[in-house]
Design a protein around this ligand. Sequence first.
Ligand code: FAD
Length: 392
Amino acid sequence: MTRTSATADPIELLAGPGLLSSEEREIQLTVRRFVADRIRPGIGKWFEEGVFPQEIAVELGALGLLGMHLEGYGCAGTNAVSYGLACMELEAADSGLRSFVSVQGSLAMFAIRRFGSEEQRRQWLPRMAAGEAIGCFGLTEPDFGSNPAGMRTTARRDGDDWVLDGTKMWITNGGIADVAVVWARTDDGIRGFLVPRGTPGFATNDIHSKLSMRASVTSELVLDRCRLPADAVLPEAHGLGGPLACLNEARFGIVFGVLGAARDCLTAALEYSVTRQQFDRPIAGFQLTQEKLTNMSLELVKGYLLALRLGRLKDEGSLRAEQVSAGKLNNVREAIAIAREARTILGANGVTLEYPVLRHANNLESVLTYEGTSEIHTLVVGQALTGISAYR
Ligand SMILES: Cc1cc2nc3c(=O)[nH]c(=O)nc-3n(C[C@H](O)[C@H](O)[C@H](O)COP(=O)(O)OP(=O)(O)OC[C@H]3O[C@@H](n4cnc5c(N)ncnc54)[C@H](O)[C@@H]3O)c2cc1C
């Protein structure tokens, strides 16, 4: 009737050891320990109060987790699988924490690393890798989410300067960012700009009353005749391919990350089910509960094997965008289903912040929508299968 120690980690139980190198495993366990010491004790309170613990940024930097799969400029330069595993362990604590790391490393730092000038890289990347400077990534607008090509934010030349006008919406880290990567329409197509905090004409407004991602800052960015010097533009990014390349990086982290949230929910449900007694026996002893736990474990381990496969392809340099879409679509969909199923096993206790399951489920509602909605990723895979675009 009691659980063996092997079942503490359903992934280990069903997929077995040996899929990771010793270095990858070490990175995973280091992040897991950090999360246990520094995040788990406070996360319920931070979520309830709607705050992101900003002091964590330098600790994440010291661990090498910010821009960790980027090379040079103070970045750790790990492989993609290690980065994915770190995302998984961070998101096992809370999707808001993983979002912070994704936006900092895969969106803001990646944009500067891939598309920035040498001077821009030197100015921002070492401090961002250390967590001393925070970045955000402004693509979405109030009227343009899934279709960023329609964006209304403009950047026009005035002498050597650029002048930006427009509004970005739902921007993670916006209110705490030292630098915003802002995408705007120019005479020359869509370009990216680095907008430092405090630039006249640039303001942020945090979005409150969220029922999801409460331990994460989400903001509006307002650009009102915001004047920037000529060298504020990212010289190597031309067209929508620039921001989409960044999003692909962040989506890869999500493929792994959400499995952490799902694993945390499954673990909570397993632990609860062996101790909670109804009808004079643990609820884990009922076949209906075991079916739920089994099905959740199967989806978790399938998602993990898919994530690992995509990680290996990324490390080989052959990962394609539709494969990332398939991974994001599947793993977020299954993670949210696992979180909701876990909630049922916890009964009424499952709706409280005493347990992580509904917090994870609520966070995953945002993950289902950001970095490309599940519908959009369905269409990406559908187009890859049929050769026909169904967006319009
Ligand atoms: C917590 C949070 C953090 C975020 N952080 C950032 C950030 O840091 N930076 C940033 O730029 N953005 C960020 N976003 C914004 C996010 O990327 C957008 O919300 C997302 O792209 C969807 O856009 P939308 O909300 O405008 O929905 P819409 O695009 O209006 O979509 C609404 C619905 O219509 C569906 N739909 C749209 N087009 C089609 C179609 N062709 N076929 C079928 N269905 C379709 C969608 O799938 C969705 O179900 C964040 C969002 C959240 C919630």
